[in-house]
Design a protein around this ligand. Structure first.
Ligand SMILES: NC(=O)c1ccc[n+]([C@@H]2O[C@H](COP(=O)([O-])OP(=O)(O)OC[C@H]3O[C@@H](n4cnc5c(N)ncnc54)[C@H](O)[C@@H]3O)[C@@H](O)[C@H]2O)c1
Ligand SMILES: O=C(O)C[C@H](O)C(=O)O
Ligand SMILES: [Mg+2]
Length: 684
């Protein structure tokens, strides 16, 4: 805990000069000031003189003009308050300052203070006044402002069935996490099947929509375009030298909720909660990050509680340079850390992956994690029908959504078909891909990405025109599989599902969009219109459905089945990169984790109550593959892989190999350990 005492002693005059509103002119900024973060104190205490960059940081509402024309914070309305000139002594820096309730100001820390106390990167970019904070507290106190929002029937998530109870549970669990991570993760791990929908999709979607409004305790790191040129030094504001995994988003496409700007931080936090609970990463060694380059979400930009930069998104080279700088900063500070790219909009997602994947240990969850998850579900679906994996070659897929997730899945499935003997042309011929403008054919204008064009239907493909809608396509093609990665909500009509079920005995119905209300159909509708014959797997969880008294399992086809184990495997063997082979190994391990009795009743993804076993299998398969491709570098892990190979041969030997034990033993388990006091400078 930071130590404090109060004084107005003369020796603290330099410090006093930095206090906001102090009339003494101060000639320059303190320390590492940048063009993008000029000190408020450095502008003679006048917020209006603080420069264009700081205008948005300073809300003049909280500032008053004194009789001699100076500006100062209005701590007490109309009553001059000299107390603000008495400093509170702070003997710590960085996160400890935020963790000390007696000195913490949260998002009201001035830019100069953020510099001096090593807080840059530890708070969202926007600076608010105490008055705004007070307003927020009062709103909550008097009206339960966001509790009210959680009950607002006009809130699209609430109206689509997200219950206030889920939100209450989210807030409660997050409160525990802020105070006691061991307890939080123990509870989450032991009750994963019950709590996943609270810390993760769909509730995390609501939490992201309301992230700024609910902001209390800062977690993770906030990089913004104002930090240009300084990201590496800012990374050193994080207190730990050891970070194993980072999830980063730029907030541009959060689930199917669109551009949520800095609020996307909620998804980085949610994903890393799963790294710990589902894959045994140590909570002190994971780091959620957001790169705030602005937002094009006008509603957010007008929302006074929004804590991100109030500017339009940077684009093009300017944007890419910011992400480059972020990646370079991470690499400089934590050379071995794995980076998971999350919820970057399609325009940049593949571009960024291609930019970094050959030199950095990284993967894109929405492209690669989702693809691996979908393929595992298709394999398991085939198993449920007593068909071999190689039959994937014979399946026809209608896919709604040609974004990074949809096309990632399509590419991956076609790769699996090729693995089982199809030519690339044969594989591509098994897909009918639709975007918001309907079926994509070669007749589509040149704006289609090259990678998507490969899957465009030949012009004049039977009677299907470019832009044909999903119902027409399904009626014409009679596919075995209907995939949804559109983020468009209930776009599969009863007629579409009926047509699907008419054409095949056991249709695979995968509405994978998140959160729940963005799902292309509900479990109930799938059961009803496919007359109980379909196998259903959605991105967000649905209750099991029923048809004519028979229970129909609702599977969850979500990348949560892959990213924790993939990251764990890559980290444990300290892979230099994440290869396609490793992703394929993850798919196959996941498909192989199902029990025969579950498959028999249409459960094609394993239950979440034993999520760690799934991650163990996925991680072990990833490590074996990394080793076989020569990208594993960790000696202890390599020895474990080789020992395992000697005992079990190339076949992974089932779920309980020596390597599985190695992986399980490396996982963090949340228990209270003895605590030892270690003075500063010792063991550092
Ligand atoms: N289940 C999972 O694990 C998982 C993983 C990743 C993404 N997702 C979900 O997938 C969705 C899409 O993600 P993305 O990054 O590709 O988004 P995106 O916005 O880049 O792509 C959406 C695509 O859907 C198309 N589309 C929109 N309306 C449509 C309609 N009515 N019919 C057909 N296509 C339509 C768009 O033209 C676009 O091609 C999101 O909802 C996301 O939550 C799920
Ligand atoms: O976050 C999820 O639940 C899955 C996926 O990464 C998504 O973007 O929808
Ligand atoms: Mg995602």
């Amino acid at each position: 805990m930071a130590m404090i005492r109060r004084s107005s002693s003369a020796k603290w005059q330099p410090f006093l000069q930095l206090l906001p509103g102090n009339p003494r002119p101060v000639p320059t900024c303190l320390s590492r000031s940048t063009a993008g973060a000029r000190c408020i104190a450095g502008s003679a205490g006048s917020p209006t003189a603080a420069g264009a960059d700081d205008d948005q940081a300073l809300d003049l509402k909280g500032v008053e003009t004194t009789s001699n024309g100076e500006h100062r914070w209005k701590y007490y309305r109309g009553i001059p308050d000299r107390r603000q000139e008495l400093p509170t002594y702070v003997r710590d820096l960085g996160k400890s300052v935020l963790a000390d309730p007696l000195v913490n100001k949260g998002t009201a820390f001035l830019w100069s203070e953020r510099e001096r106390f090593h807080l840059r990167g530890l708070l969202p970019a926007r600076m608010v006044t105490m008055e705004e904070q007070t307003e927020k507290v009062l709103g909550e106190f008097r009206e339960g402002a966001w509790d009210k929002a959680a009950r607002d029937p006009n809130d699209e998530m609430v109206s689509a069935g997200l219950t206030p109870d889920n939100i209450r549970k989210w807030e409660y669990l997050k409160g525990i996490q802020a105070q006691n991570e061991t307890l939080f993760f123990r509870v989450l791990m032991d009750n994963f099947a019950e709590m996943a929908s609270v810390v993760y999709t769909p509730t995390v979607g609501w939490a992201c929509l309301n992230y700024s409004r609910m902001f209390r305790v800062a977690r993770g790191m906030y990089f913004s375009s104002r930090d240009r040129g300084h990201m590496t030094s800012i990374a050193y504001n994080w207190p730990s030298h050891e970070v194993d995994a980072i999830v980063v988003t730029d907030g541009s496409r959060i689930l199917g909720l669109g551009d949520l700007g800095m609020n996307g931080m909620g998804i980085s936090i949610g994903k890393l909660d799963l790294y710990v609970a589902a894959a045994g990463f140590h909570p002190a060694r994971v780091l959620p990050c957001v790169i705030d380059v602005g937002t094009n979400n006008e509603k957010l930009r007008k929302d006074k509680s929004y804590l991100g930069l109030n500017q339009a998104r940077l684009e093009g080279d300017e944007y890419l340079q910011i992400v480059d700088e972020f990646v370079a900063a991470i690499k400089a500070r934590w050379p071995k850390a794995l980076i998971q790219f999350e919820d970057f909009r399609t325009e940049y997602a593949s571009k960024l992956l291609e930019r970094y994947r050959y030199d950095h240990l990284c993967f894109n969850d929405d492209i690669q994690g989702t693809a691996a998850t979908a393929l595992a579900g298709i394999y398991a679906g085939l198993s449920a029908m007593d068909r071999p994996y190689s039959d994937i070659r014979d399946l026809r897929f209608v896919v709604c959504g040609a974004g990074s997730a949809g096309m990632g899945v399509v590419h991956w499935l076609s790769k699996a078909m090729e693995k089982h003997g199809a030519t690339p042309e044969e594989a591509a011929g098994n897909f009918w891909v639709l975007d918001a403008d309907g079926l994509i054919t070669e007749g589509r204008n040149a704006s289609i990405e090259k990678a998507t064009r490969r899957f465009a239907r030949p012009a004049g493909d039977g009677t299907l025109e470019d832009g044909a809608d999903v119902e027409t396509v399904v009626k014409k093609v009679r596919p075995e599989v209907l995939l949804g990665l559109s983020g468009a909500g209930r776009i599969w009509s009863p007629q579409t599902i009926e047509a699907l079920a008419e054409g095949t005995e056991r249709p695979l119905i995968f509405p994978m969009s998140n959160p729940s209300h963005k799902s292309e159909c509900s479990a109930e509708d799938a059961a009803k219109y496919a007359q109980g014959r379909g196998i259903f797997a959605s991105g967000s969880p649905f209750e099991d459905a029923s048809f004519e008294g028979k229970v129909l399992p609702s599977n969850q086809s979500n990348n949560l089945y892959v990213f924790p184990g993939l990251a764990l495997g890559a980290k444990l063997c300290q892979a230099t990169v994440v290869t396609d082979g490793m992703i394929m190994a993850a798919s196959e391990a996941l498909a192989g984790s199902n029990k025969a009795e579950d498959l028999a009743v249409g459960r094609i993804y394993p239950g979440l109550s034993d999520v760690r076993s799934i991650s163990v299998s996925v991680a072990a398969a990833v490590m074996r593959q990394a080793h076989s491709e020569g990208v594993a570098t960790h000696e202890k892990a390599i020895a474990a892989i080789e020992r395992d190979l000697r005992s079990f041969g190339d076949d992974d030997g089932g779920p309980q190999t020596a390597l599985d034990h190695f992986v399980a033993n490396e996982m963090y388990f949340p228990v209270y350990t003895p605590l030892a006091y270690v003075p500063r400078g010792v063991l550092e």
